[in-house]
Design a protein around this ligand. Structure first.
Ligand code: XIL
Length: 306
């Protein structure tokens, strides 16, 4: 599950669920560059290390999210001035300082997040503009140099629903792998809804990625019951549809060979703390626990399916 450290520290109900119900943790925000690397020569380990302690004490796997992304960047990176080799050095130091700090504590990394557009073109991120297309390859090489044991992922959304995007991702990473670049898995974010994408599309994506030898992480699951932001009340009917959707994708996930199943991560605990409400400003109930931390039908059916 994705953890918000403030909630973990301030709400016993949240903490109890985090401790008892999940065995793998991703930081929802505090491992992102804006938090970990607020100034060029300052790394802020305080909160992240608290999460490391929580994981060590409670025997949880910790997944690092994310080293390189175009969002949640500190302003010093956005305003950084220099040649492309200055950018490359800064980029390398960013990745390697972080990977070295968490070596042996973080099992796996989303090395690069959301580098493709839905149509399969490379997103024109600041990293691409300043370093060139090879920034993706370099990020994996640098991360691996600092922590050769870490499992390295590329992470993105709409991998199941957008075929062009998936094909472009596979084309790039298959060719990099042939060159020996260490890329171990692909994170499918899975911000989905009760009826989109269709299960068949998810099945096809799982087959293609695992056939090509990638570990697959359902890295940011939430299942919207109100994708169009209507005026709704949570109902038994919606909750049952949500339970059916999660059951279906869990069954599909369990069908891929076990060596390619990295895990399923929910993007939050209770509907009360879903990013969807604040980020998209719509009413929604996408997680396993309701606003009062009671289990929902989706939780019960999921547990039966596991
Ligand atoms: C989201 C967090 O959940 C929010 O709290 C934050 O305000 C914005 O980022 N894809 C990702 C995640 O890879 O990092 C995003 O997390 C959700 C979309």
């Amino acid at each position: 599950m994705a953890i918000d450290l403030n909630e973990l520290n301030s709400d016993d109900r949240y903490r109890t669920v985090a401790m008892n119900q999940f065995n793998s943790i991703t930081a929802e925000n505090i491992f992102k560059p804006v938090y970990l690397h607020p100034n060029e020569n300052t790394f802020n380990w305080v909160e992240a290390d608290q999460l490391v302690d929580f994981c060590e004490t409670n025997n949880k796997r910790l997944h690092g999210h994310t080293l390189i992304w175009h969002n949640q960047l500190p302003s010093w990176i956005e305003n950084f001035e220099g040649t492309s080799s200055d950018w490359d050095l800064m980029f390398k130091k960013h990745i390697q300082t972080i990977c070295t700090h968490f070596k042996g504590k973080v099992s796996s990394w989303d090395v690069v997040n959301e580098a493709f557009e839905d149509n399969g073109e490379l997103r024109n991120t600041i990293w691409r503009q300043k370093i060139g297309d090879s920034y993706i390859e370099k990020a994996f090489v640098y991360a691996h140099e600092s922590d050769p044991d870490a499992v390295l992922f590329y992470n993105d959304y709409n991998i199941a629903s957008k075929k062009a995007k998936r094909q472009a991702i596979l084309e790039l990473f298959n060719s990099l792998r042939q060159k020996g670049v260490p890329i171990h898995g692909i994170g499918m974010q899975m911000h989905i809804s009760i009826d989109y994408p269709k299960n068949k599309k998810i099945e096809n994506a799982l087959t293609e990625l695992s056939d090509d030898g990638y570990k697959i992480h359902f890295s940011e699951i939430d299942i919207s019951v109100n994708p169009n932001g209507k005026d709704i009340e949570p109902s038994t009917e919606l909750y049952d549809c949500q339970a059916d959707k999660l059951t279906a994708i869990t069954k599909l996930y369990k069908e891929i060979p076990s060596e390619y199943q990295y895990g399923m991560t929910f993007w939050g605990v209770s509907d009360q703390n879903t990013w969807i409400r604040t980020f998209f400003g719509r009413e929604d109930y996408p997680l396993l626990f309701d606003d009062d931390y009671n289990t929902k039908p989706v939780y019960c059916k999921f547990k039966e399916t596991l």
